[in-house]
Ligand binder design. Structure first.
Ligand SMILES: [Zn+2]
Length: 168
């Protein structure tokens, strides 16, 4: 379980992938420059799982890996290190992604009027699609009526405003 006073690096890892990511992140903070095997034994996670998580965090620029020769085994291994300085950046990028997605949803809501048969199992359609099917629901055959979407528009706008305030 995540603790309140937990390092932001650990919190982000938990957000990305849950419990297993959290364990790997904590282990990375405890022992910088650990190998995947060391992390596996300190977390109790399977080595394949640890590698998958490390590559994912590496791909997100949240950790770096240094290739070093393991003198004992005679082959190269990676030593992994957290990039706590990248956490802020990562958070900002994710927030931007979410707010862009919300904006797209809002644009879509604004782009058309929507029609619906009133049946919860059926989807609403745009005006153009409604016209094409003579305003009859294609799944249940009921008449399609104009469905106001002011509420969802307002909800999207509100969320976007909140995110923008938060990003400043
Ligand atoms: Zn229907």
């Amino acid at each position: 379980m995540i603790e309140k006073y937990e390092d932001p690096f650990v919190k982000i890892a938990n957000m990305i992938g849950g419990d297993e990511y959290l364990k790997v992140a904590r282990s990375l903070l405890k022992a910088q420059d650990a190998t995947d095997e060391e992390i596996a034994s300190s977390t109790g996670l399977r080595i394949n799982m640890v590698r998958k998580i490390l590559y994912d965090l590496f791909g997100k620029a949240l950790i770096t890996g240094i290739r070093v020769k393991d003198e004992r085994k005679g082959w190269f291994v990676y030593r992994w290190r957290s990039r706590k300085d990248e956490v802020e950046n990562f958070i900002e990028k994710e927030k931007k992604k979410i707010s862009d997605r919300l904006q797209q949803r809002l644009d879509y809501e604004n782009s058309s009027q929507f029609y619906h048969c009133g049946n919860d199992d059926c989807l609403r359609v745009t005006f153009e699609d409604g016209l094409e099917q003579f305003f009859k629901c294609s799944s249940c055959g009921q008449v399609l009526n104009l469905k106001k979407n002011e509420k969802s528009k307002k909800a999207f706008s509100k969320k976007i405003d909140e995110m923008k305030k938060d990003m400043r």
